[in-house]
Design a protein around this ligand. Structure first.
Ligand SMILES: [Cu+2]
Length: 118
């Protein structure tokens, strides 16, 4: 398990990568962070995919997002209210993957869920 910490610059770079070499399918997941929830909380994907996460903080406090994938974990920088970021993560194995806000006690307050890959 490796951990990636993202900066806005890294997230922008990942936009230029394009389709994955192996032809794996790609999905885009639009995510909204607020007090104290992740929307959608428990999304479901029809199959393994390279997932592009488009994350926006629509709340009134800083939030971030950690996604624990099958091979690595991504954690965004804290996002100010109104800010957004993007990153990609391989969810290339069926399973259930945790995601949550790593800031303060937000996870315990409800900013957590699971991504299911069929
Ligand atoms: Cu939060």
């Amino acid at each position: 398990m490796t951990v990636r910490s993202l900066t806005i610059g890294v997230a922008l770079l990942s936009l230029a990568v394009g389709p994955t070499a192996c032809g794996e399918s790609e999905e885009t997941l639009n995510v909204r962070l607020s007090e104290y929830q992740i929307k959608p909380r428990n999304p479901q994907l029809g199959g393994p995919a390279e997932v592009r996460f488009r994350v926006r903080n629509v709340g009134s406090a800083p939030h971030a997002l950690t996604v624990v994938g099958p091979k690595e974990e991504v954690e965004t920088e804290p996002l100010a209210p109104g800010a957004s970021t993007e990153f990609s993560l391989d969810l290339d194995e069926p399973g259930r993957y945790r995601w949550f806000c790593p800031l303060g006690d937000h996870r315990g307050r409800g900013m957590r869920g699971r991504i299911t890959v069929d």
